[in-house]
Design a protein around this ligand. Structure first.
Ligand SMILES: [Zn+2]
Length: 131
């Protein structure tokens, strides 16, 4: 268990601004109160915006986007708008309805997992390529 005065402020800054942990989570790591973490961040000139907002490239077009930490944590794919999201779902390999390109999945969820997220564990209940 580290003593408070041995905890480097730079370590707290990295956990807050790079890993985007909450002040409470950082406090649990270093056995410090949330308030003392906030005080250290304030002394280092770090604003709450730097921890609570994440700047990252859109997973489709690569444009930089700013999203809230809670939204960033919920999903591993992030898009600047609905156009990029829907464009990312298009499967360029399946532009015609020839039988070998067709397959049927038990649920829409399975279809999305298999064709758009390339999850090899989800199998179709009917596959035109096998007939
Ligand atoms: Zn985009």
């Amino acid at each position: 268990m580290p003593k408070q005065d041995k905890v480097k402020t730079q370590d707290i800054v990295i956990l807050y601004t790079v890993q985007h942990l909450t002040t409470e989570e950082i406090g649990q790591i270093f056995k410090m109160t949330r308030q003392s973490i906030c005080k250290r961040l304030k002394q280092a000139g770090i604003s709450s915006h730097q921890g609570e907002w994440v700047t990252m490239p859109c997973d489709f077009c690569g444009s930089p986007i700013n999203i809230r930490r809670c939204k960033w944590r919920k999903s591993n794919k992030h898009y600047c708008n609905n156009e990029c999201y829907y464009a990312s779902l298009e499967n360029p390999a399946c532009k015609n309805n020839d039988r070998p390109n067709l397959s049927v999945y038990a649920t829409h969820s399975d279809h999305i997992k298999a064709t758009h997220h390339n999850n090899p564990n989800v199998k179709p209940i009917w596959d035109g390529a096998n007939i």
